[in-house]
Design a protein around this ligand. Structure first.
Ligand code: NDP
Ligand code: GDR
Length: 324
């Protein structure tokens, strides 16, 4: 019998990559979607005959339980969240409801419906925030710097707590930033790749950014979903850092993206330190140590930083050309 997986956050960036990966492993895949006046199907359109959608909302306990009863999954991947750090200062309570408390709603649903379901929680390097150790690993102390980071710390610990309280197979994957052509347009990498594409095609002449000095450990989302799956295939539930072990500044990302379209004097297009994009508390420098994942899961990243930037810029050029 094919294994069954339920993915929350199927319409986001990671959901479709995970769905594609699980389909390639022979899984039956279900996506948990909330009702929107206009459905957000851009990233899952190509999967419409391959996966099944069940409706529900992270805020609605009954709908989560209903989805589990209806689909009877072997594995649940909890990817849904309010995931944009910048918005989390504008909507801190909502971020807490979606990104923190909903993890308890999900875990409670699993506990009540079927404790044998294996559960993956999408935790984040934002939990390390103002870092207390470099590089960051599973044992590094958390010091979140945003309402989003605080909410993810709650999600992490409630996952560990359900594992320890009820002996559930619940894991927390501490993933560093991962990007792709499917990234939401407000995140810095996609904002840059899209603007660079538009500038190169003569559709725009400027790019407004915030802090160019912050550094992130950027990987490719397509590589990271395999690690989520591997975590649920182990004999014992445990938590893992997933990263590339390399970091780059926003400035380096900008420079490389412009270079790909043949522009070297990129400064004339970029307005940095735009107040709208400066955060009340910044995370300056993240870099992950994924040695535990390499040793125990046999996982390692496949896509380099230059390959990632090129993939994103080229995909945006193709998308923008279609609108011309
Ligand atoms: P996205 O922001 O692209 O996707 C978020 C998803 O959550 C969307 O499908 C959205 O659905 C769904 N969602 C939001 N609110 C609700 C709700 N109330 N009920 C049901 N669904 C809801 O995130 P990513 O794919 O980038 O990330 C996946 C997860 O991994 C997130 O939890 C994120 O915080 C975490 N993470 C991401 C990292 C990254 O670099 N990408 C790094 C570390 C952790 P809708 O279409 O309806 O808005
Ligand atoms: P992050 O990603 O906050 O790391 O969270 P984001 O791309 O939003 O910011 C990365 C860094 O770039 C700086 N920056 C800007 N950011 C945005 N969005 N827009 C700008 O114009 C801009 N200019 C500079 C930011 O200040 C920051 O330092 C992402 C999300 O996917 C989270 O859900 C996830 O948990 C973490 O990655 C790991």
């Amino acid at each position: 019998m094919a294994k069954k997986a339920l993915i929350t956050g199927i319409t986001g960036q990671d959901g479709p990559y995970l769905a594609e990966f699980l389909l390639s492993k022979g899984y039956e895949v279900f996506g948990f979607v909330r009702r929107l006046s206009t459905p957000n199907i851009t990233n899952i359109h190509h999967l419409k005959n391959k996966i099944q959608l069940v409706s529900g909302d992270l805020l609605d306990q009954g709908s989560i339980m209903g989805a589990l009863l209806e689909t009877k999954p072997d594995e649940v991947y909890n990817l849904a969240a309010q995931s944009f750090v910048e918005s989390s200062w504008k909507q801190p309570v909502l971020t807490g409801e979606f990104t923190a408390l909903s993890v308890t709603r999900m875990l409670e649903a699993v506990r009540l419906v079927d404790r044998n379901i294996r559960f993956y929680q999408a935790s984040s390097s934002e939990m390390f925030g103002k870092v207390t150790e470099t590089p960051q690993k599973e044992t590094t102390r958390f010091y979140p710097r945003s309402p989003y980071g605080v909410a993810k710390v709650y999600g992490h610990y409630i996952t560990v707590n359900y594992r320890e309280s009820y002996n559930m197979f619940a894991v927390s994957g501490i993933l560093f930033n991962h990007e792709s052509p499917r990234r939401g347009i407000e995140f810095v990498t996609r904002k840059i790749s899209n603007s660079v594409a538009r500038i190169s095609l003569g559709l725009s002449d400027s790019l407004e950014l915030g802090n160019l000095d912050s550094k992130r450990d950027w990987g490719f989302a397509g590589d990271y979903v395999e690690a989520m799956w591997l975590m649920l295939q182990q004999d014992h539930a445990d938590d893992y850092v997933i990263a590339t072990g390399e970091n780059h500044s926003v400035r380096e990302f900008v420079e490389l993206a412009f270079k790909i379209v043949g522009i070297t004097d990129w400064e004339k297009y970029v307005r940095a330190n735009h107040p709208k994009h400066l955060r009340p508390a910044e995370v300056d420098n993240l870099i992950g140590d994924y040695s535990k994942a390499r040793e125990k899961l046999g996982w390692q990243p496949k896509t380099s930083f230059p390959e990632l930037v090129e993939m994103m810029v080229k995909a945006d050029i193709e998308k923008e050309k279609k609108t011309m």
